[in-house]
Structure formats: structure tokens, C-alpha cells
Design a protein around this ligand. Structure first.
Ligand SMILES: *[C@@H]1O[C@H](CO)[C@@H](O)[C@H](O)[C@H]1NC(C)=O
Ligand SMILES: *[C@@H]1O[C@H](CO)[C@@H](O)[C@H](O)[C@H]1NC(C)=O
Ligand SMILES: *[C@@H]1O[C@H](CO)[C@@H](O)[C@H](O)[C@H]1NC(C)=O
Ligand SMILES: *[C@@H]1O[C@H](CO)[C@@H](O)[C@H](O)[C@H]1NC(C)=O
Length: 435
């Protein structure tokens, strides 16, 4: 686009000028090469950067961080604008990315590329598939890759815009549709709402997903922990909800949701009108439909027009494991240590807050992972350090990422202007705890 060309020129000229801000109001900072994808791959690193609104990807050596080979386009793999959220993951040699493919961030995509499988994407400019999504994370589980994100809801007939959180999935074996329907697009893309709420007379929802854990084993089940908050125009609150992966996958076997006409409300699709084989499924080797290219057109058309499931994914125990309301901060980052404690068999959750502090909880669910009232709040750690970070403001305290370094038993906190390392435990401060 013209605007992008202009920005590229402005970014190029940055190297020759010392202007702090251009006439269009774009911060020169945005011209830098922001690393938005950083994945380890066969001993090296695969990195994509915004490259002054012209995203590029390349391999790097793991030890000396030198570029190896040619660069490839970052389009649909990395956003143009450093402010846009994106997700990337390698699964079976293919790169799965969730990002925007254009400069104005209108075309959101879940894209697969760089492997032996054909490149596939989500349907372009179809608000049933995505409506202003904000991608949070992705995990590989069984035959699928799951994506966690939030977006503008389409299924409510409210006038105001409501953001909800979702999980979507695609089959790793997907080869795209037929030449008539969904060619070079996912035939297995389905999505469902995530239900993180406090039951009661008037149900209280935490609608904004901020962070998810990797899949962890708890009492023999695969579960994923998530951090949600309320929107800024609501009562301030944050919650940690847990989802059982079996239960989550089960929602995709349930009913589909549809809106018969633009004026009607969204209703579940009756089973008898759902085509066969079941839309959104993976092709089965040795069956009549052994590749997604051979799926019948009516089935593909149904998937294309019905990506949303009727049921929401219930959280484990039907309520959050941890709730913080009416506090001045929002919880938005999380790491889980599943090998904590003197015997390495305890689960400790570290939650990053919008004030740059870390809240630490001991999580002790019962055998079926439901009763969680026995979770223990251990301590609040000061993460942000104005002396070391050189400044202090609400913006400077925004936690960009939180990671656990198991080897050094510490947390790494990235802020806009500094990285802080904090030990995971400070037992010397609690002499009784040491005993
Ligand atoms: C990066 O490395 C992988 C694995 O060695 C290779 O297949 C690929 O072609 C390389 N280049 C890019 C741009 O991905
Ligand atoms: C799928 O089935 C067809 C016949 O129905 C067969 O020709 C083809 O080799 C099969 N492909 C795979 C990948 O099994
Ligand atoms: C969310 O879960 C609660 C508790 O089980 C339930 O009452 C409510 O209807 C669910 N909401 C949605 C949208 O499914
Ligand atoms: C952890 O291991 C210790 C020692 O084997 C045991 O006493 C304790 O019950 C275990 N705790 C959990 C939560 O499994």
C-alpha cells in the first residue's frame, strides 16, 4: 500500500537522520527489527522480525547467533507492526503461525508453511472465521494444533462489541479442500468459546484471555492453565481457569452454531442437517475419505460456513482456580513450575501483574482436578526495579514476558526497558518455611 511504502521510506531514512518522530506520528522506534517469532529448530533458531514493516524470517545458529542461508518472507508468519500479537510453533516440521498478513492488520490468519505439507490458511475476510482476533498461544495435542485467542463475538445480538476468548483447532494432516471449496484453505478449522466464569445468580465472566501454560499432567490428565481478566470497562478482576484437554476436544464433537439470517439469533444446528463425514474432522487413512481433498463439497461448504461450536468449553470444576477482584492490577502473564518443592513434586504458579509484580501460588487440586479451594497464596514478589530499569511509569512496568529458567531456579521478567532475574524462592526470608 501507499502508506506502507511511505513508512518503508521513512524507516530507511532513519539511518541517515536523527529525527525522533516523523510527521505521520509514527515512532521511529517502530522502524526497528522487532523479533516476533523465535523458535528453536534442529539445534538452531528460526527467527522472524518486523524489519521496518517488511517482515523477514531466517535461520540462525544456536550458539553464535549467526544467520545461516537465505531469508524468507515473513508475510503471514510475522506481523508488520511490532504492536500486533502473534503466535508461532513448529509441529512435525511445519511452521504454524497466527498473525495478520497485511500492513493494516485487516487480514488475520492461521497459516501453515515451510514443511512437507501444502501451505494452508484460514478463509480471508470472513468474520465468521475471525473478527479482530488477538492471538495468545498455540499447542500441539494429538492429531491437532490448538490456538488460543480472543476476538469480537459474533454470536450475541448485542449492539455493543463484546470480546470473548476462544480455542480453535486444525488437523495436522489437513491437505486443504477440493478445487471447488476451500482449496488451499483449512478443512478442519473449528473454534469454541472458553468459559472462565464464577457461577452465581448473575454469572460473572472473565472474558479476556491473556496467557496459557503449556499442557501439564495433573493426576493423570492433560490440562492447560490460563489467565483471564475482565474488560477495562468492568469490575477489575483476574482469574486462573484450568481446562482439561479431553473435555476441550470433546466440545468439537458437539453441536455447531449458526445464524440462519442476519437478523436471527444464533442457534445450535440440528444433528440431522449436518453432512457426513462429520465436518471439521481429520481425514482417516484407509477410509473412503483418506485425504481432506476428497471430502464431499457439501461437507466442505458446511465447515466453511459453520466454524463456531455451540457449546463453550467448561473450566475444570466449573469455576476459576484462583480469583483476584477489586485490586489495582490485572494478572496477565503466567508460568508453571511442575517440579517445585523439596521433593520436586509440587505445582507452583507464578502470575505476572500489570504493576510488574509476581504473585506465587501453590496449586493442590484434588484427584479429579476440581476442588481447588486449597490453593495457597505464597507470596508477592517485586519484579520491576526502577533503579535498574532507569525509569518508572505504568508503561515501563508492563510485563512483556515471563519465563522460568529451571537451571538457575529463577524467573526472567522482560519489561520494555530491561530484563530482571528473580529467584523462584526466597527461603532465607522465611526461616520457619525452611524447617
Ligand atoms: C532453515 O533450516 C531448516 C532446517 O535445517 C531448512 O529446512 C530450511 O530450508 C532453512 N531455511 C529457512 C529459510 O527456513
Ligand atoms: C486414498 O484412497 C485412494 C483410493 O480410494 C487411493 O488411490 C490412494 O492411494 C489413497 N491415499 C492414501 C494416502 O492412502
Ligand atoms: C459457563 O459455565 C457456567 C457454569 O457451568 C454455566 O452456567 C454457563 O451457562 C456457561 N456459559 C456458557 C456461555 O456456556
Ligand atoms: C511429594 O513427595 C513426598 C515425599 O515422597 C510425599 O510425602 C508427598 O506427599 C508428595 N506430595 C505430592 C503433592 O505428591
Amino acid at each position: 500500500s501507499f502508506f506502507q511504502q511511505l513508512l518503508l521510506c521513512l524507516c530507511a531514512s532513519e539511518t541517515r537522520t536523527v529525527w525522533k518522530r516523523n510527521a505521520a506520528g509514527v515512532e521511529w522506534d517502530e522502524c526497528r527489527n522487532y523479533m516476533k517469532v523465535l523458535l528453536s529448530r534442529q539445534g538452531g533458531l528460526f527467527i522472524c522480525g518486523t524489519n521496518a514493516f517488511n517482515p523477514l524470517c531466517a535461520n540462525y545458529t544456536g550458539d553464535t547467533l549467526e544467520m545461516v542461508g537465505e531469508t524468507v518472507s515473513g508475510m503471514a508468519r510475522c506481523p508488520y507492526d511490532p504492536k500486533h500479537a502473534n503466535v508461532a510453533l513448529f509441529a512435525e516440521g511445519n511452521l504454524y503461525t497466527a498473525t495478520v498478513t497485511d500492513f493494516l492488520a485487516i487480514d488475520a490468519v492461521i497459516y501453515r508453511s515451510l514443511g512437507d505439507n501444502p501451505a494452508l490458511r484460514t478463509v480471508k475476510h470472513d468474520s465468521k472465521w475471525f473478527r479482530e482476533p488477538y492471538f495468545v498461544s498455540a499447542v500441539e495435542w494429538g492429531p491437532h494444533v490448538y490456538f488460543f485467542f480472543r476476538e469480537m463475538a459474533m454470536e450475541f445480538n448485542y449492539l455493543e462489541k463484546v470480546v470473548v476468548s476462544r480455542v480453535a483447532r486444525v488437523c495436522k494432516a489437513d491437505q486443504g479442500g477440493s478445487q471447488r471449496v476451500l482449496e488451499k484453505q483449512w478443512t478442519s478449522f473449528l473454534k469454541a468459546r472458553l468459559n472462565c466464569s464464577i457461577p452465581g445468580d448473575s454469572h460473572f465472566y472473565f472474558n479476556l484471555l491473556h496467557s496459557t501454560s503449556p499442557i501439564i499432567r495433573m493426576h493423570g490428565r492433560d490440562i492447560i492453565l490460563t489467565v483471564f481478566s475482565t474488560p477495562s470497562n468492568s469490575i477489575p478482576g483476574s482469574a486462573v481457569c484450568a481446562f482439561d484437554m479431553e473435555q476441550l476436544a470433546g466440545v468439537f464433537d458437539g453441536r455447531f452454531k449458526e445464524q440462519k439470517s442476519p437478523e436471527s439469533i444464533w442457534t445450535p444446528v440440528p444433528d440431522e442437517v449436518v453432512p457426513k463425514p462429520r465436518p471439521g474432522g481429520c481425514a482417516v487413512r484407509g477410509s473412503k475419505f483418506n485425504s481432506s481433498n476428497s471430502f464431499p463439497d457439501d461437507m466442505l461448504t458446511f465447515v466453511k460456513t459453520h466454524p463456531l461450536m455451540d457449546e463453550a468449553v467448561p473450566s475444570l470444576g466449573q469455576r476459576p482456580w484462583i480469583v483476584r477482584t477489586m485490586v489495582r492490577y490485572q494478572l496477565n502473564k503466567m508460568v508453571v513450575d511442575t517440579n517445585a518443592g523439596p521433593y520436586g513434586n509440587q505445582t507452583v504458579l507464578f502470575l505476572g501483574s500489570s504493576r510488574g509484580t509476581i504473585l506465587k501460588f501453590l496449586v493442590t487440586p484434588n484427584r479429579d482436578n476440581t476442588v481447588t479451594s486449597n490453593n495457597v497464596f505464597l507470596e508477592e514478589l517485586e519484579g520491576y526495579n526502577p533503579d535498574r530499569c532507569g525509569t518508572d511509569s505504568p508503561q515501563a512496568r508492563q510485563l512483556l514476558s515471563l519465563t522460568l529458567d529451571r537451571i538457575s531456579h529463577s524467573l526472567l521478567l522482560a519489561f520494555p526497558s530491561c530484563v530482571i532475574k528473580v529467584p523462584v524462592a526466597r527461603c532465607q526470608l522465611y526461616s520457619r518455611c525452611m524447617k
